[in-house]
Design a protein around this ligand. Structure first.
Ligand code: FE2
Length: 324
């Protein structure tokens, strides 16, 4: 059985095709980029619209399939940016109606976790989900992924991109900042905000922005990332101790950061825990993760009637029941 999944929650329009055994046959995408500004929802949605057919054709060609060979269609219902979500949902509904295939609306955050578990073979991890809009420390408890700790203001990825923009970098700024981190030598004191198991990044960003032009750029980036990632690591360590787990699964776009991986892996080593990180292609937003969650949900009896397939910008992680 094959599921085709469509991702369009933010900057990426992706289409993946996966089998019921978890074999990924295609994972194609186009991502919105901007040299001078951040992510504007309508601009990204227009970008998705103009790339949708191209990405679909590419995915089918890669898998050597026709749309008729696909058994199930999945799309990311949320959370995400309204205009972007609607493009993916409309594409999935159209294909479902045209070809008479069942439709499954899935949770983007859960999809990140499930593809991570599939590809790394992590069994019951504490999940560190870090992306533009999301920063959450998660563990599975009684058939729901529960949020153990999360950001109280902005997502870590948005903080990095927004700081990068002030610094004059394009979007996305994360990868450039990550390279700069390793060139920084001197730590500059910046706010460090952990409240119990929650975190906050806005104060850190503001304080760092005030120092632009006054200190060496590389040192500032080094200190900003140092604090942000140490905060995340502290909360993750607390979650490991509290939930008595010994696996950490790092997912989301910011999981690509070498600086974050190295900070987390030091903590994991010290605790005898194992750190799992999927390949970069599957850390960032992608269609294969939506296809895999669609497949899991479909195999466990779920499908979504077209008239009940409205997108949900603020869909919560624990809205989704985990039946597998
Ligand atoms: Fe994501």
């Amino acid at each position: 059985m094959l599921c085709l999944g469509i991702e369009s929650t933010a900057h990426t329009f992706g289409i993946g095709i996966i089998s019921d055994k978890g074999k990924i046959l295609a994972n194609e995408k186009e991502s919105f980029r901007s040299k001078h500004s951040g992510l504007k929802p309508q601009e990204a949605a227009d970008f998705h619209l103009s790339n949708a057919c191209k990405v679909l054709k590419r995915a089918l060609a890669k898998a050597k399939l026709s749309i008729k060979d696909v058994d199930v269609l999945a799309f990311a219902r949320g959370p995400g940016l309204g205009p972007c979500l609607k493009v993916g949902a409309t594409a999935a509904r159209t294909l479902s109606l045209l070809h008479n295939k069942p439709l499954v609306a899935v949770n983007h955050c859960v999809a990140h976790i499930e593809i991570g578990k599939l590809l790394t073979k992590a069994k019951d991890p504490v999940v560190v989900y870090v992306s533009g809009g999301n920063t959450q420390i998660i563990a599975l408890e009684k058939n729901r992924y529960r949020i153990f700790g999360e950001t109280l203001d902005i997502g870590i990825g948005n903080m990095l991109d927004s700081f990068g923009r002030t610094l004059g970098l394009g979007f996305p700024a994360g990868p450039i900042l990550d390279k700069m981190y390793f060139k920084g030598k001197k730590y500059i004191e910046l706010p460090y905000t952990v409240k119990g198991t929650d975190l906050a990044f806005a104060g850190l960003q503001t304080a760092a922005e005030k120092l632009i032009g006054k200190v060496k750029k590389e040192d500032l980036v080094y200190s900003l990332l140092q604090n942000a990632f140490a905060m995340l690591t502290e909360v993750t360590e607390r979650a490991l101790a509290y939930t008595e787990r010994n696996e950490v699964l790092l997912v989301g776009g910011v999981a690509s950061s070498r600086a974050l991986r190295s900070t987390l892996s030091k903590m994991c080593k010290a605790r005898n825990a194992k750190l799992f990180v999927p390949k970069q292609e599957f850390c960032v937003d992608n269609g294969a993760m939506i296809a895999w969650l669609g497949m899991l949900e479909f195999l466990h009896g779920k499908s979504t009637p077209v008239e009940k397939s409205a997108v949900k910008q603020k869909l919560r992680l624990d809205d989704t029941e985990i039946k597998w």
